[in-house]
Design a protein around this ligand. Structure first.
Ligand SMILES: [Zn+2]
Length: 430
């Protein structure tokens, strides 16, 4: 691989993705600002003017922060790669750790040091987003002490989970010879599938409290819905989402008959019984259509292709040199290759994201259609609009921005697809 060609292609991808991001963000900002003055006719009576304007202001504030973050992120990426940041870090960590603690410790230390620097560099954005932006719109409920506790727990988890996983992958990289990438992919896949089973039971409770739902009326309603849809659930839980944020949600976790339904406390407060039922019917629609399984298959296919590419790139000196790093002569390059690969792919993969978003939006339409067949479409629409309001999501996004990024179709498209475009929802019983 020619290092100069790689440097140029990488720079071009960073620049192109940044330009497209800016272009899309300004489109969205213009569109939202232009519709800020009045509630669109389709939503009169469903959304209040203050709520509509709050959504516009929140969307604009997030886009502005996003533009700064994107520009900064690209600068950091260039500093790590083309300007030699990772090469510098590698030399120091290698000279410090390798002679004293060996090859495995060196590679773990390199990845750890990289993650730590990355966390510090992004910290101002995270703090500003949580304690300024989310706070300003009344969403942030997290206290500084809880923020610190969350951070420490995440660090500890990263070490406890990351160390054995990286050791395993590194061992596979050395033991399996030329096809190591296939084995490493298998190990990562097994780990990810295991994590999906373990996460709701062991990890989520570290961050939130899950209490059994006690509202009998809601339970019997949800059980009736699930029976109608041919599902069984093992338990119904309420999660204290309000501890951190006023954003609301509901989800299913687990597999087969072990499914658990988790409601954010914020959601139970906001929705009526009918609306809750419609939202859950939508979530069950995702299960009925096996969207999760399909997403896992797609993601595993992408990872496999990624690992195959990494397997080849790791042996190419031009891959390191083109991204500003001198490969190690006397030490293994695996950790270095992994980090470079993780940084080099996103600018290229950015242009694949509209495909993934379209895939996801199609799944949302299918889940909506399922909800319509098992519950009431107008209840679903009312619930959606409440959630839009609670999350200050704009109902007037730019269509091109939607195509590129939205994992969920905009409200107007979902309402139209539910066949309610011309129905006056205002007069319908609540
Ligand atoms: Zn959905």
């Amino acid at each position: 691989m020619n290092p100069v060609v790689l440097s140029l292609a990488f720079s071009a991808a960073i620049l192109a993705s940044l330009l497209v991001k800016f272009w899309l963000a300004t489109r969205q900002m213009r569109h939202v600002a232009a519709h800020r003055a009045a509630v669109p006719t389709a939503y009169v009576g469903l959304i209040t003017l203050p709520a509509h304007q709050k959504a516009a202001d929140y969307t604009l504030a997030k886009l502005r922060l996003g533009i700064v973050d994107d520009a900064f992120g690209s600068a950091v990426l260039i500093a790590w790669t083309l300007l030699g940041g990772l090469g510098w870090l590698n030399e120091h960590v290698r000279d410090l750790v390798l002679p004293n603690a060996g090859a495995l410790a060196y590679q773990l230390a390199l990845i750890g040091a990289f993650a730590l620097v990355g966390w510090v560099v992004e910290l101002p954005f995270s703090l500003y987003s949580t304690f300024r932006l989310e706070e300003r719109f009344g969403f942030n409920k997290i206290t500084p002490s809880l923020y610190i506790a969350d951070t420490l727990k995440s660090f500890a988890l990263g070490v406890v989970i990351g160390t054995p996983l990286l050791s395993l992958i590194r061992w596979v990289m050395q033991a399996a010879g030329g096809l190591w990438w296939l084995w490493a992919w298998g190990a990562l896949t097994a780990f990810q599938l295991g994590a999906m089973v373990v996460y709701p039971m062991l990890i989520a409770p570290l961050f939130n409290k899950f209490e059994p739902l006690t509202d009998e009326a809601v339970i019997s309603r949800v059980q009736a819905l699930m029976a109608r849809c041919g599902f069984r659930a093992k338990g119904f839980f309420v999660m204290d989402g309000s501890r951190r944020s006023a954003h609301s949600n509901a989800y299913f976790t687990g597999f087969g008959a072990g499914k658990r339904v988790v409601f954010y406390d914020t959601l139970l407060e906001r929705l009526s019984g009918d609306e809750l039922e419609a939202v859950l019917a939508h979530e069950l629609g995702h299960f009925a259509h096996r969207h999760l399984v399909k997403r896992i298959v797609v993601s595993l296919t992408f990872t496999l292709a990624g690992f195959a590419l990494l397997g080849w790139l790791a042996t190419q000196p031009g891959f390191y040199l083109g991204l500003g790093v001198t490969p190690n002569l006397m030490a293994p390059d695996n950790a270095l290759a992994l980090l470079l690969f993780m940084m080099a792919t996103p600018p290229f993969m950015y242009f694949v994201s509209p495909l993934m978003a379209a895939f996801s939006r199609r799944a949302e339409y299918e889940a909506d259609a399922y909800a319509r067949s098992k519950a009431s479409a107008s209840d679903l629409v009312r619930a959606l609009l409440k959630l839009y309001e609670d999350n200050a999501s704009t109902v007037t996004p730019d269509p091109v921005f939607v195509k590129f990024y939205y994992s969920h179709p905009p409200a107007s498209a979902r309402i139209a697809a539910l066949g309610l475009a011309d129905t006056n929802l205002v007069g319908a019983p609540a």
